[in-house]
Design a binder for this molecule. Structure first.
Ligand code: 6PG
Length: 244
């Protein structure tokens, strides 16, 4: 079994600097594609942490990146309409896509507002395969980490964690009493690059557990050919720097 490449941990004094570091790294990856005709496909993260990262990209990297070559997807989505305050799409729309005037043709959101979650997951999976081929290899997938060590919507003990074939599934999250649509580990582990964005003291226990062993969902993100980079403030990752 091929082992994934090493994880890279970037730490910063605070969440603002952590976001700036991740934005610079995004610029390096997205801004310097050898083949200008090649699309750069990125899957955006959910939750609140990416907001500052998105704002930094839109404000400080607006002109330095050729945004016309970048296609935007989501690594997970809540089962809510696109204008719902809980929507991961809405957050990215407001903080990144609208400020950069990204055209609809470059935006591939999850249809999470109607019908059946399984059907929506299957439709999103079809869209991803149509756009990226099979196996679908994202240039970059952005992820957060919950205090319980979940990532995307792969929560501990949830059915989606056991998926070994599908790229996108619906997932009932008992603790939230809610449906989610999420990338699976097989899809995450196809990626060329993964960025984890993790800040705050509330994540310190999860970070310590993730870097110490394979039990939590985020610890199982080990792309065979890809590189994983963590962007964390010292409140979240400080214990990892001081050793056992
Ligand atoms: C979601 C995310 C989820 C998130 C973590 C961290 O839809 O909520 O995909 O995995 O990244 O829960 O959330 P915060 O960034 O808000 O701490």
């Amino acid at each position: 079994m091929a082992l994934s490449r090493a994880w890279i941990l970037h730490t910063a004094e605070d969440a603002h600097q952590s976001a700036a570091m991740a934005a610079r790294r995004f610029h390096e990856l997205a801004g310097h594609q050898q083949n200008p005709a090649r699309r750069f496909r990125v899957a955006l993260a959910g939750g609140g942490t990416p907001k500052r990262f998105y704002q930094t990209l839109a404000e400080s990297h607006r002109t330095a990146i050729d945004w016309s070559r970048i296609d935007f997807f989501w690594s997970d989505e809540r089962w809510v309409p696109p204008d719902d305050p809980q929507s991961n799409y809405r957050l990215a729309r407001e903080c990144l896509l609208d400020p950069l005037s990204i055209p609809e043709t470059q935006i591939f959101r999850v249809a999470a507002e109607s019908g059946d979650a399984d059907q929506s997951a299957a439709e999103y999976e079809r869209t991803i395969v149509e756009q990226l081929g099979e196996p679908p290899v994202f240039d970059l997938i952005l992820l957060g980490v919950g205090e319980d060590g979940h990532t995307a919507s792969l929560f501990p003990g949830s059915a989606a964690l056991k998926e070994t074939v599908r790229w996108v599934v619906s997932n009932w999250v008992e603790k939230l009493q809610a449906w989610r649509i999420t990338f699976t580990l097989p899809l995450l582990n196809q990626a060329k690059h993964i960025f984890f964005l993790v800040n705050g003291p509330g994540k310190a226990d999860a970070m310590e557990a993730i870097f110490r062993g394979p039990s939590l969902p985020a610890a199982r993100v080990r792309p065979v050919q890809g590189e994983v980079e963590w962007f964390a403030d010292t409140a979240a990752a400080g214990r990892l720097l001081t050793g056992p």
